[in-house]
Design a protein around this ligand. Structure first.
Ligand code: ZN
Length: 304
């Protein structure tokens, strides 16, 4: 049976309900060279994000997937501290963000060295935390993968195939998602273990279904953001009508403590999806489909 690897042990279906597959507790969006993430203190993050996490728990969230990889300030130790203090299981990634955020060591490393690093994080633990990464987060430049990004994707495919870990990529253009799937198929990686993160950023909506029809997950993860709820309700209904209900993930891409902002900035609550969006989704598609989209699907995607 598959299990979800979290900061609070490996969990299975009957220990989990609503799952948020794309959020951030901590992410550094400041200038790369400043490396503000290095100096952040867990107690400051907890002070800002603790109440947000507690509100999410009250709204029924049972686990949250941290989507901050290396390159934009991943601090697994801080995620672990926030998780321990609040009781919410957090699902951690290995992986590397897109250029120019790729750290120097990874630019210079071979594909094999990156695969080894990912494998160690997926099977032994991240840094000093002793907590294993559940999945692999990476990214592609908006108009296509650079050579380094493709090297990271190939390394991820090898590490993912060996462990069963999911790969999720921040990819804004459908054409680039197709190219990534071409690379994955070429090396024999199962497209069902790939998530096209930020699918809603692609305006050509026929591409959403085309990517899902290749087997990949499509993720509508900007709920509560720029696009209105009606946009998401329409896309979700269309996917269900096309028989793609088992390929869709829903989240908000919210949070977070940003160490480049004074006091970590102002967080966006994780309660929008459970409290505001889900009642509308239940009205539109019913309780069973809502449960499938927000519990069964994210668990199937991220468990291994
Ligand atoms: Zn994100």
């Amino acid at each position: 049976m598959t299990r979800l690897i979290t900061t609070q042990g490996t969990l299975h279906a009957d220990e989990l309900g609503l799952l948020l597959p794309h959020e951030h507790i901590f992410v550094d969006l400041g200038p790369i060279e400043a490396e503000h993430w290095r100096d952040a203190a867990a107690e400051d993050v907890l002070e800002l994000m603790g109440p947000e996490i507690e509100a999410a728990i009250d709204a029924g969230v049972t686990a949250l997937v941290e989507c901050t990889p290396t390159g934009v300030g991943r601090r697994a130790d801080i995620d672990v501290a926030v998780s321990e203090a609040t009781g919410l299981p957090v699902v951690l990634p290995t992986g590397i963000y897109q250029e120019p955020f790729v750290p120097e060591w990874a630019v210079e490393a071979s594909e094999d060295e990156i695969r080894e690093w990912m494998l160690a994080e997926l099977t032994e633990g991240i840094e000093e935390t002793g907590i294993r990464a559940a999945w692999i987060k990476l990214s592609a430049s908006d108009d296509g993968m650079t050579e380094t990004e493709e090297k990271i994707l190939r390394a991820a495919a090898a590490a993912g195939a060996e462990t069963g870990a999911l790969i999720g990529s921040h990819t804004v253009a459908g054409a680039v998602a197709h190219t990534q799937l071409d690379v994955l198929e070429e090396v024999g990686y199962d497209p069902e273990r790939f998530v096209w993160i930020h699918t809603q950023a692609e305006d050509d909506e026929s591409t959403h279904h085309a990517v899902a029809n290749r087997g990949a997950w499509i993720e509508y993860d900007g709920i509560g953001g720029e696009k209105p709820d009606a946009y998401y309700l329409e896309r979700i209904t269309a996917a269900l009508e096309a028989g793609l209900g088992d390929r869709v993930l829903l989240s908000m891409d919210r949070g977070w403590y940003d160490p480049s902002e004074p006091g970590g900035g102002e967080p966006d609550p994780y309660t929008y999806l459970p409290n505001r969006f889900l009642p509308k989704l239940r009205d539109a598609v019913g309780t069973d489909q809502t449960r499938r989209l927000t519990q069964d699907n994210p668990l199937r995607a991220f468990a291994r």
